[in-house]
Design a protein. Structure first.
Length: 163
């Protein structure tokens, strides 16, 4: 970043919240479609991985939750940290900027913005807690002028942008 709060690659950086201006924030609809595409991809890949592990070795029953919540969490974190986009986001032309307007989220940024997915690991009420968190994300994205959900703000101001 250059001095004065302007970065030629990312536009003007708001020193208060570390959010970039001059970029087009992605709306809720496009983000939801990208997330749905990613869930399908993660479910298929996770199922195949754990199915193959079951054939090769004896996988304990408690590991069966990982293809859902745990594997999905890892899927989003690995892709966001590696490239700034998951396959679903790439397909829809979206990109995740890290905190402070960095070109992609750090491991910490991505883990924080996706940690709500692990709520599904909580027995009995995890699905309900995840659903409440997802609704809260949708409401906060929709009501934010920068289209950032509570999970983006918790991660230091990550932002999903339209490329």
């Amino acid at each position: 970043m250059t001095t004065g709060g302007f970065d030629p690659a990312y536009g003007q950086v708001d020193p208060t919240f570390g959010q970039t201006t001059g970029v087009e924030a992605a709306g809720l609809g496009k983000r939801a479609v990208a997330r749905f595409v990613d869930w399908i991809i993660a479910a298929i890949v996770g199922f195949l991985c754990f199915w193959l592990m079951g054939i090769v070795g004896d996988v304990p029953d408690w590991l069966s939750v990982l293809p859902g919540a745990g594997f999905g969490f890892l899927y989003f974190v690995v892709f966001e940290v590696a490239s700034g986009s998951t396959p679903g986001k790439k397909l829809l032309g979206l990109h995740v900027n890290g905190s402070g307007g960095s070109p992609k989220p750090s491991l910490k940024d991505s883990a924080i913005r996706n940690v709500y997915m692990l709520l599904n690991l909580i027995p009995w009420i995890g699905g309900l807690l995840w659903f409440i968190a997802a609704i809260a994300i949708a409401v906060t994205i929709n009501s934010s002028p920068t289209k950032q959900g509570w999970h983006d703000n918790a991660a230091g101001g990550t932002q999903v942008i339209d490329e």
